[in-house]
Design a protein around this ligand. Structure first.
Ligand SMILES: [Zn+2]
Length: 444
């Protein structure tokens, strides 16, 4: 008989705990009780200490902490394939913003976010950092599928169906945060869209709120060269300098993209303890450029990895994103040893957790943390032989090798399928509605 209190003992071939040591353990077990990791111990010790536990043997599997997608717009899954092959400004102004103005309501966000949450969970993502309108609909999609979400308290300098002024955006987001207090899966970031869509007064207000409420600030920065040129002509300074004037370059900052940075800006981010969410596929697809990751890492800036939304990637495949990220960093810097596999795994987990202010709860396999875990099946013939499971994970494996996923101790993906019948039914209902959304995108 198993109950919620019966410990579950996971016995894979390899465990990569990320912390306190970022290596690989063999002949070890993870003990989960309720929502938490109770122990990480040699298998024989775990069996001895937890005699009544149920045991799941996972031969040929590597268990890592759940992956954290440090930047996405989950609801945009319904816009996958809209405006392909356009540069950022035309993509936003001609395709995405008009489509969002016509379509984006709570129903659109709920369905898009559910599709995205499913795609991410199946790809080993257990937490996503989101920025979109109607975050309450994204919250309910996350709860339905049992994925962890850091929801953006979005602010953008033009009216939408969601809110009509900076004050209203902030008020709605903060009310949602109050309403979700105590939800184990949900946390919040302030999410001013970008320096070029948010005015100085609002940026200063966001900085005050971040300080008062101890919230991360999730914002696109220095994505394109044009953004910097326009800031210089309109404000006389580069966007990061504007953010700094507003008091936003602090340990709370998660600067998304950060493609175009000079050495002083890299030094500023490092000295203030700010983090960068690197989104290489989006930067490549929109021809925004290649972020200076080797220089950021050398300077000691915390770098996490994000997929961005489905309309600019077009996959929410964080493992593929990580492979591209490290290959690009090596190729662009001429240094094959930059961002080795173990460090990439730390970027995908503990470093991203730290950027979100969640590193006391998630990001590593340590007793007392929440049980957010992924088991990758490295037994597939295309992954043989396994000399080093970490390099195999980053350079060879794909999201198709994600076999099992736990979030907050819940077994949400079992043998590559959703573990909850309710979640699976809701997903089928959303999939059945996709043609309706597709028609509305095309005819709008
Ligand atoms: Zn984005």
């Amino acid at each position: 008989v198993t109950t919620a209190d019966t410990p579950l003992l996971l016995a894979p071939t390899w465990i990569a705990p990320v912390a306190p040591a970022n290596g690989v353990l063999t002949d070890h077990a993870i003990v989960i009780r309720g929502s938490r990791i109770e122990a990480l111990a040699p298998l024989s010790v775990a069996r001895n200490n937890y005699p009544g536990s149920s045991e799941l043997a996972l031969p040929g599997h590597l268990i890592t902490p759940g992956l954290i997608n440090l930047h996405t717009h989950a609801a945009m899954s319904l816009l996958r394939g809209v405006g392909d092959d356009l540069p950022l400004t035309r993509w936003l102004e001609e395709k995405i913003w008009p489509a969002e103005a016509r379509l984006a309501g709570a129903d659109f966000v709920a369905d898009g976010a559910l599709l995205a949450a499913h795609e991410m969970l199946r790809g080993g993502v257990t937490t996503f950092n989101d920025m979109y309108f109607f975050p309450e609909a994204t919250a309910s999609a996350a709860r339905t599928l049992g994925i962890r979400a850091a929801l953006g308290i979005i602010v953008i300098g033009f009216p939408t169906a969601y809110a009509s002024s900076a004050g209203e955006y902030l008020r709605k987001g903060l009310e949602l945060r109050d309403a979700c207090a105590g939800d184990p899966l949900l946390s919040f970031c302030l999410a001013p869209h970008a320096p070029y869509t948010v005015d100085d007064d609002t940026l200063r207000r966001v900085a005050v709120l971040a300080d008062e409420l101890d919230l991360p600030v999730h914002i696109h920065i220095h994505e394109t060269a044009g953004e910097i040129d326009r800031s210089l002509s309109q404000h006389g300074v580069r966007p990061l300098a504007r953010l700094d004037r507003a008091g936003l370059v602090t340990p709370h900052l998660i600067g998304v993209h950060a493609v175009h940075l000079d050495d002083d800006e890299i030094g500023l981010l490092a000295s203030r303890g700010a983090a960068v969410a690197h989104c290489p596929h989006s930067n490549l697809k929109l021809a925004s450029g290649i972020a200076p990751i080797a220089r950021l890492l050398d300077a000691g800036v915390t770098v996490g990895i994000g997929t961005d939304g489905s309309a600019s990637n077009n996959r929410l495949d964080l493992l593929a994103e990580a492979r591209t990220a490290t290959l690009l960093a090596k190729g662009a810097s001429g240094r094959a040893d930059i961002w080795p596999a173990a460090a990439v795994l730390r970027s995908l987990t503990l470093d991203a957790a730290r950027a979100l202010g969640l590193d006391r709860c998630i990001g590593s396999i340590e007793p007392g943390k929440q049980a957010d875990l992924v088991a990758f099946d490295l037994d597939a013939s295309e992954l043989q032989p396994v000399f080093d499971p970490l390099t195999q994970l980053i350079y060879s494996a794909g999201r198709e090798h994600v076999a099992e996923v736990w979030v907050d101790g819940q077994h949400v993906v079992k043998i590559r399928q959703l573990g909850s019948t309710d979640a699976a039914r809701t997903l089928r209902e959303v999939v059945a509605r996709i043609p309706v959304w597709q028609n509305r995108v095309v005819s709008a």
